[in-house]
Design a protein around this ligand. Sequence first.
Ligand SMILES: [Zn+2]
Ligand SMILES: [Zn+2]
Length: 302
Amino acid sequence: MSLSPVLQQWLGYLSLYGWIWIIPILERLFPLRGQKLLRPGILNDLVHTYHPFHLWIILNSAFYAWVATYAQQHGGNTFPGQGALVDAHLGWSLLALFLIGHTTFYGAHYLSHKIPMLWQFHRVHHSSQTLDSFSTSRFHIFDKTLFALPALMLIAYFQPDPGVTLVYIAFSDFWGRYGHGNIKDAHWLGYFMSNPKFHRWHHSNHPEAIDKNFSAEFNFLDYLFGTAYYPKEGVPDNFGESGYSNNIVVQHYRPFHDCYKIVKKDGWMALLRKPKSKTKPESNAKPDPDTHQSDTLNAVHE
Ligand SMILES: [Zn+2]
Ligand SMILES: [Zn+2]
């Protein structure tokens, strides 16, 4: 079962040009909080969306080609499960794509918060002080590659119908923007999906919400692994870093400089392992953006 070329084309248009302008209309109609459309950093986030140097696409394509070539040179379709989705029903393919996308995103996102070197790149996405659908695009290209690469490699391996893959990508792109949007929806939705309120806690500077809510769309892995934080009351409003640049060029350069500073101060191993917390964080303590831990550690990492 396959999708018509016209439908595939429309899904492609929605992913490229649609959601980014449709979701802001929802934000105006159903705002979670009163906030301005024109806010600091919006130009930067628009450049992130449309800049032509999507290096991560090139990197992903290179790895994609590598997997395909490797598979051909080592016996074609003889690996277990390779091409398993070629003739699969649309429903099974979609389910498999959601599972592949969800688990790889959760894993990559978890690591990008726990490994100091990866955090310096993911920190760019967390730097926005105002959260809306435009902040979805604010990513360092290496960080974006880390998030997308494992899923793309598995998709290349299992080979689902390209049309079904487009449906998944269009939904994933829609939900990414919706989940960052300043949109009010039903509280119960956050028990199943990473809705705006659920993902706002992930971006917040509240110590109890640090390293929580890693999911992209469905959030069962957060509940399964105990990384969900979704209180019934309250909506966080304290995000990002005031000292981080809103300039895309600086945002792509600074992680390297921050990694260099870590190595210079604490050695190479400090890029791979966070320092252990010595005291329990105060409930009103702010996290240290360098290490993404409570400021009870500032004495150790200033
Ligand atoms: Zn994150
Ligand atoms: Zn986010």
